[in-house]
Design a protein around this ligand. Structure first.
Ligand SMILES: NC(=O)c1ccc[n+]([C@@H]2O[C@H](COP(=O)([O-])OP(=O)(O)OC[C@H]3O[C@@H](n4cnc5c(N)ncnc54)[C@H](O)[C@@H]3O)[C@@H](O)[C@H]2O)c1
Length: 348
């Protein structure tokens, strides 16, 4: 397997294969781009079927972090790491310490945080070996409230373009997933008078949203069929796909979930269907803004201002997508590359 020829390579600055025989650690750290600053992105633990699959995932995710942080106006580049293994059976304190030494060996070019299957306690172990970690207990804390606020503001920006006003009162919103982000997000919508339908595999979460937010409950299978203006995926990725698009009657798709579109081609497909899609990595950037506030000692005011700016960034993306009759995801990627190019040019 050649890394340089890999379809997702996309000019990565550095790709580090980490192996520690004593602990069984197998990890890949991908540093995509440090034009804007040190790369920051979570570490994911997954039982990949092959090292090729792990490489594909980490390359794709690290490039996504470059674009996400650039569009969020952060002094951060993009990076990501994956630990290959079963999160239920393969974790050990020694494994995370060995991983921490690899992170440290990059000298700050990569700052890690939590991602899928990695807990704060795992990151605490990594932090015993390196200071290049963010999202540890007692520092910036849970990013979900900022993610929820940014997602809510992003939905307002989308409503302005799709319905002519960013007032959500009376709009019907289906929220898929009422977890850490989904609940707070739904609470903002309820406060503004949106009409909520919610679903979750966790019945307690659904009951809470029904009781406290006046939401209507629907099963996870039926959520695509409800009468809605806005579909808000706040649970899993890839729920916007060929099958669900036959059923989703919304004019807007905007939520916090990562990787909402099943494939890159769905960016154009949703545009062709007349649906306004808020690119996921733009609308859910509140989380990385929050983590960045810890990594770069950003003030509370600056953090809040950057989260609020998600509205303006999406506003610009939607305006340009309409003017150029192009998909919103494509425009977002292009705007991120423009930010990187301008920064690189300013350095001479
Ligand atoms: N937490 C953050 O700050 C943050 C930042 C950026 C992106 N995101 C993304 O937002 C999404 C939600 O994150 P979270 O932190 O709220 O996670 P979470 O685990 O707290 O919430 C996810 C919720 O989705 C529910 N769920 C699982 N499968 C479902 C299904 N098939 N149908 C409906 N609901 C289902 C879970 O029961 C849970 O309540 C994820 O995609 C995450 O990657 C989160």
């Amino acid at each position: 397997m050649s890394v340089f020829d890999h379809a997702e390579f996309d000019n990565h600055e550095e790709v580090v294969f980490c192996h520690d025989e004593a602990t069984g650690l197998k990890a890949i750290i991908a540093v995509h781009d440090t034009t804007m600053g040190p790369s920051l992105g979570g570490t994911r633990m997954w039982n990949y079927a092959s090292s090729e699959e792990a490489l594909t995932d980490v390359l794709r995710l690290s490039r996504g972090m470059t674009y996400k942080s650039a569009l969020a106006g952060l002094p951060l580049g993009g990076g990501k790491a994956v630990i290959i293994g079963n999160a239920k059976t393969d974790k050990s304190p020694e494994l995370f310490k060995a991983y921490g030494r690899f992170v440290d060996s990059l000298g700050g070019k990569y700052i890690t945080a939590e991602d899928v299957n990695i807990r704060t306690s795992d990151i605490e172990l990594v932090a015993t070996q390196t200071r290049f970690v963010a999202g540890t207990e007692g520092k910036a804390g849970d990013p979900s409230p900022h993610t929820a606020l940014g997602t809510y503001l992003g939905v307002k920006a989308a409503a302005k373009h799709a319905f002519g006003s960013d007032d959500l009162k009376g709009l019907k919103v289906a929220v898929q997933g009422i977890g850490a982000v989904g609940y707070d997000f739904a609470a903002y919508l309820a406060k503004e008078g949106a009409i909520l339908t919610v679903c979750d595999v966790n019945q307690d979460a659904v009951d809470k949203a029904v009781k406290e937010l006046g939401a209507t409950a629907v099963s996870i299978d039926d959520v695509y069929d409800v009468d809605m203006d806005i579909f808000a995926p706040c649970a899993l990725g890839a729920t916007v796909n060929d099958a669900t698009l036959q059923r989703i009657g919304a004019k807007v798709i905007a939520g916090s979930a990562n990787n909402q579109l099943a494939t890159p081609a769905h960016d154009k497909i949703v545009q062709d269907m007349g649906i306004l899609y808020a690119p996921d990595y733009v609308i859910n950037a509140g989380g990385v803004i929050h983590v960045c506030s810890e990594a770069s000692a950003m003030s509370t005011e600056e953090t809040a201002a950057r989260v609020r700016a998600i509205y303006d960034t999406l506003d610009r993306i939607f305006t340009r997508a309409k003017a150029e009759n192009r998909p919103t995801g494509e425009i977002a990627d292009e705007m991120a590359r423009e930010i990187l190019a301008a920064k690189a040019a300013s350095r001479g």
